[in-house]
Write a protein that binds this ligand. Structure first.
Ligand code: SF4
Length: 244
């Protein structure tokens, strides 16, 4: 008797009810984006190029608001993620997607001192790598902003269950907004499919949540959607520190 392969996570089937309510959600999202842009001098959006972030990028471009979009090029991203970044130039000719890179000396020093794959060895070394490749570049990106946006949603994990629309980023002393905090996974995919927005090919290979290549893997259909991120750690440590 053969062993059956486990079913990988796949892009959800969208119910008619979700499509029917999409225009209401979309209108509310555009209003949120416009309200944020009006309330601050310099707003930036940190896009990881995940589907949530593609929804927000699309809303920013279509609203024509002055919100700058950037991504953290950690040096460890999958080729599929980098290909999507390139594709955005064609999809949104007016979008000036900026890239922030790790400080090269810090990244080299980490690998020389601890090893190329040291992030598998302890939570502490994993967080140190995330600091060098994500948090320090994020701090640099936000140094001249007075507000920033994220694509986080409440449904994504237990660590995000209480996520509000608007919060204060205490560490940076600037405003932080989560404009799709109350969207479901189906809402996000309905927006992507209905608006024909490009998305990372890895979603078709069982990745519902995509980060750096060595720290992300595909998951089975019945697993938590962030189960493939830092899968060797406990659930409650699974944040990179970007949203502390
Ligand atoms: S996700 Fe992994 S590779 Fe990327 S910065 Fe964090 S520890 Fe380093």
């Amino acid at each position: 008797m053969g062993i059956s392969k486990p079913t990988l996570w796949h892009i959800p089937t969208i119910s008619d009810d979700i499509f029917a309510k999409l225009s209401e959600k979309q209108t509310a999202l555009f209003q949120r984006i416009e309200q944020i842009a009006k309330s601050h001098q310099r707003v930036k959006f940190a896009s990881s190029l995940a589907v949530e972030d593609m929804v927000i990028t699309d809303a920013i471009v279509k609203s024509g608001v002055a919100i700058e979009v950037f991504t953290l090029e950690t040096g460890k991203l999958n080729p599929e993620t980098l290909a999507l970044a390139d594709q955005l130039k064609n999809t949104y000719p007016t979008l000036n997607l900026q890239f922030f890179y790790p400080d090269s000396q810090s990244a080299i020093h980490y690998e020389q001192q601890y090893g190329r794959y040291a992030f598998y060895n302890s939570v502490e070394l994993r967080r140190r790598c995330c600091f060098i490749r994500k948090i320090e570049p994020l701090n640099r990106a936000l140094a001249d902003a007075d507000a920033w946006l994220t694509g986080q949603r409440r449904e994504q994990s237990i660590t995000r269950a209480e996520l509000p629309f608007h919060e204060q980023d205490q560490a940076r002393q600037i405003a932080k907004y989560n404009p799709i905090f109350d969207w479901s996974e189906q809402d996000v995919w309905a927006y992507i499919l209905q608006n024909n927005i490009p998305y990372n090919e890895l979603y078709q290979q069982g990745y519902p949540s995509i980060g750096c290549e060595p720290c992300t893997k595909p998951i089975k259909a019945d697993e938590d959607i962030r189960a493939g991120r830092w899968w060797w750690e406990n659930r409650d440590s699974k944040e990179c520190g970007l949203h502390k």
